[in-house]
Design a protein around this ligand. Structure first.
Ligand code: EPU
Length: 336
């Protein structure tokens, strides 16, 4: 395994930002990863794990080791009459895994079609879209801990999943590497077409299949979200804020076009895109950064953009939303 030194990460983050790391490695197996981490040079330096770099904003250079776990095998662990237990390496491209499952008629991942990134990132921010979340199908997460190189297995319940949240963003942050994720997929899939955009697109289809759901969702995403190969972005830059119902209902009284999404007993999720849109940011550009014209939750990094410019724009947006609606929004992207 090659260890690259003073490596430029421009092609390893979908914002296309220039940043360098002291060391960079792509271990292709748990054994290679252990070998790397037991080397004295790398054992004591700061470490960061990246997948496809589709949810990372590099603010500056990294004075340590960046690891891309290039573990790419997919295997059926076991199956019973109802379920398939599919184990995939952290480095498997997420959408290839979704395609693999949908092609075989195994349900549960189809609503998460076309999300950029690698499988190892799915549990970290509990990726979610169109009424589904990774937590609904994650069965087990394998995690190699830096300390003592212990291999841990976390059941779904132990992962502490929440909206765009998990134990890997909190207690286990910076403590090790996710190596494999096992998913429990249904052999008799039921269709989850409750999300408004999906329901509308499938309106004329009688008894849609998971493959049709996948294709409808892929086309909604490509219509709304910019392709990082064309302009740098990380999908949603902010999380949707969860607020108490008194706040949500008060805003709804003032703005009838605001959609509220129930999230728990006394709370609602507000669409951050709507809040940002109302503040007039949608489709605007400042220097080398801007706000996408089709989805106000997506910030754009044009050629030459810096992490600092993006952070400045995001701070302006956060401040303006706070002043106008008295609601706090926060970045979803990992700022490093
Ligand atoms: N809206 C606006 N202006 C806009 C866009 C949306 O007012 O420019 C309003 C509309 O009322 C719309 C509502 O916001 O009904 C919600 O918009 P959308 O369906 O596009 O979803 P979202 O809440 O903005 C979330 C996820 C996306 C995911 C979609 C679909 C987060 C942070 N984002 O976006 O995930 O694809 O739902 O389920 O939860 C990502 O995380 O990178 C991502 C793209």
């Amino acid at each position: 395994m090659e260890i690259l030194k003073n490596y430029n990460l421009k092609n390893k983050n979908t914002l296309g930002l220039n940043a360098r790391t002291k060391y960079y490695a792509e271990p292709a197996s748990v054994e290679q990863l252990k070998l790397l981490l037991s080397d004295d040079i790398y054992r004591y330096v700061p470490k960061m794990v990246i997948g496809a770099g589709s949810n990372i904003l590099f603010k500056s250079d990294f004075d340590g080791l960046i690891i891309f776990p290039a573990i790419k095998d997919i295997k059926i662990l076991r199956e019973d009459a109802d379920f398939i237990y599919l184990r995939a390496g952290a480095g498997v491209v997420w959408d290839n895994l979704v395609e693999f499952a949908v092609d075989r008629g195994w349900g549960g991942m189809e609503n998460l079609s076309s999300i950029p990134g690698c499988t190892g990132a799915a549990p970290v921010q509990n990726i979610g879209a169109y009424g589904a979340e990774a937590k609904d199908i994650i069965f087990l997460v394998e995690f190699l801990q830096y300390d003592g190189l212990v291999e841990n297995k976390l059941s779904s319940g132990e992962c502490g999943f929440g909206y765009r949240d998990s134990i890997f963003k909190r207690e286990l942050k910076g403590k090790g590497v996710i190596t494999y994720v096992t998913f429990r997929l249904s052999k008799r899939p039921s269709i989850n077409a409750g999300y408004e955009d999906v329901r509308q697109a499938l309106n004329d289809v009688n008894q849609p299949t998971i493959s049709q759901v996948r294709s409808v969702i892929s086309s909604i995403r490509s219509r709304k979200l910019p392709d990082p190969a064309v302009v740098g972005n990380v999908g949603s830059f902010f999380k949707n804020p969860v607020v108490h119902k008194t706040v949500a209902l008060h805003l709804k009284e003032l703005y009838q076009d605001l959609k509220l999404f129930p999230a728990g007993e006394d709370t609602y999720k507000l669409p951050a895109a709507w809040l940002i849109d109302k503040c007039g940011f949608k489709g605007t550009r400042t220097g080398n950064v801007g706000v996408h014209a089709n989805q106000a939750l997506v910030l754009l990094a044009y050629e030459g953009a810096t992490g600092e410019e993006l952070i400045n724009l995001s701070e302006t947006i956060i401040k303006t939303v706070k002043e106008r609606f008295n609601v706090d929004i926060e970045p979803e992207v990992n700022i490093c």
